[in-house]
Design a protein around this ligand. Sequence first.
Ligand SMILES: [Zn+2]
Length: 430
Amino acid sequence: MSLEVEALFTSALGLQPPWVVENVELDTARRRIDFEIACQGAVLACPACGAGAQPVHDRLRRSWRHLDFFQFEAWLHCDVPRIACGGCGKTTQLPVPWARAGSGFTAAFEALALALCRELPVRQAAALLRCADRQLWRRIEHYVEQARALEDFSGVQIIGIDETSLRRGQNYITVVHDLDAKRLLFATEGRDHQTVLEFAADLKAHGGEPAQVRHVCMDMSAAYAKGVALALPAAQISYDRFHVISMAIEAMDQVRRAEMQDDAAAVRLALGAGAKTLKQLMWGMRRNPASWSRRQIDAMHWLQRSGLKSARAWRLKMALREVYARARAHNSPERAATDLHAWLSWARRCRLEPFKKLAATLKDRFDAVVRGMTDHRSNAFVEAMNGLLQQAKRAARGFRTSANFIAIAYLRMSKLTHLPAHPFAPAAPR
Ligand SMILES: [Zn+2]
């Protein structure tokens, strides 16, 4: 190719002397473009100590995958000099300006890969980029770790602690959110009290102060309560709507399952039901009436006219939802407390063991439950974050280890400010 083309690509790649594009080869059959880059000069500054005019010891051949050039897969190649320094006595390879040390991708390619992994499952991003998933996972971990190290947590005061599991019932991960900044602060394996201590240490490492955390929104796990008491001395606890309602749904399911087991004949008689209706019933009971299907409406119609325990359990669950809905409307802790008292006294007298137990649990933690009832921002956020965590799990499909999941969750949910910029961002403001 002509000299002008090499000069053009030298500028387009942002190269400065001593780096220049020396040759460009376009292979239309293989849809590939190869750039040969040279590092000119027989003497160069030592990258280890900075001593000027040191001799080039030898050159090592290396290659990097770069952003595609139109429909061509682009590769950079260079014989990278090693400098034998008379100053410090070391032989050091010169860092190249287009890639970080040790990577076989250029920095621009890595930035694109990260941008894709924020939006797509990693496997899909790898397919689009025509590289291996494993190569992307390594980079996600690298850049997330580097970006997190520079994060500042000094303003953190209100947090949410939650657990999630990679597979149903196993591989638990504890996640801690900043409820003000609406971002994921910390994630770690396990769900014991130690996880909260680990969070406090991480908070400190990022300039935060555990004693400054004044509010924690979480579920009722005794382990987290112990961890908070140990590590976050000034924190007041509240229990969010999502977890309390989940407990009511679980109590309702227990009643329904027990009734089906002990008294299946009565259930069928009351509902006039086959297996299909019973399945509709199970889902209908869990869902909001507004989203019932035609069949669920029928099943729920019969349930409500029956004298079944399941019907009573469903009414109790719906009444608790209503207590939360009213609290959202009136926003008064006093009225929320009155409503909750009324619900608890009903639940205590309902003769359904799971609800009596739930009532006892809520009564024990009455103040923290009421605090959670009027804390709308946290409630909405906890639910939104749950959605994002599910997406992060899908993004790690096929490679769902704790480390991968945590890395992708940080990439997507931590609002990290020190990640490489998207390579397709406009070069100049428009
Ligand atoms: Zn040196």
